[in-house]
Design a protein around this ligand. Structure first.
Ligand code: CA
Ligand code: CA
Length: 213
């Protein structure tokens, strides 16, 4: 609606994106942005996760619609979910998306994504719930946690989370090393010993997923 606000948001997003390896120098702001994230199963009391069969990694599409509103959709073709994305008071966006998973054209399963996109335009987290109307055979929801890689805990980006990642988070938090951009696993804006401890707990199997804020 308000072009100046929309432009300001886009400029902030571009500035945030410049810390990554994207090289969108100059030119028009992006009308859409792909957000790659991982999905971790956190709840499946009815034993239907195999039916949902969500991939461990997904890609959601964030579309700018101007002003304070955008839209997020995907991951396609597994799920068709979408909805409005409303700017919140902290410069990010609150997301509540609805839709349906189409499993092999046989059955439709209602799905809801509830989460946040931070002001940097690339940090996404939330919860994906399937079977919200009790339509799965077990009658219970299947719930996944969704996180983009920058809050995923694989600090050295070698494809797995282990004690080395905890050590790196600790060293970065203490100012001993630089260049770490994915160790804030509890998403509180700082990398501290708490993040390192959470990574260790995950490695030790004491927690299955990192807590959401
Ligand atoms: Ca690692
Ligand atoms: Ca933290």
């Amino acid at each position: 609606m308000n072009r100046r606000i929309a432009m300001a948001i886009i400029l902030v997003l571009l500035a945030a994106g410049a810390t990554g390896n994207a090289g969108a120098a100059g030119g028009d702001p992006p009308a859409e942005k792909q957000l790659d994230a991982t999905m971790t199963l956190v709840s499946d009391p009815g034993g239907d996760a195999g039916l949902i069969a969500m991939p461990a990694e997904l890609s959601l599409l964030f579309e700018f619609q101007g002003g304070a509103v955008g839209a997020l959709s995907g991951p396609h073709p597994v799920v068709s979910v979408g909805g409005n994305v409303i700017k919140d008071g902290e410069g990010g966006w609150s997301l509540l998306l609805g839709g349906a998973a189409d499993r092999f054209g046989i059955m439709f399963v209602d799905a809801i994504f509830d989460g946040r996109l931070l002001a940097n335009g690339q940090t996404l987290y939330g919860v994906y719930r399937f079977g919200t109307e009790g339509e799965l055979p077990g009658g219970q929801e299947v719930v996944y946690q969704v996180r983009t890689a920058d809050i995923g805990g694989d600090v050295d980006k070698n494809g797995r989370i282990d004690a080395i990642d905890a050590l790196l988070a600790l060293q970065f938090g203490a100012g001993l090393i630089e260049g770490i951009d994915n160790a804030d696993v509890n998403i509180d804006g700082d990398v501290t010993a708490v993040d390192a401890a959470l990574i260790l707990q995950l490695v030790a199997g004491r927690i299955d997923v990192f807590p959401l804020p």
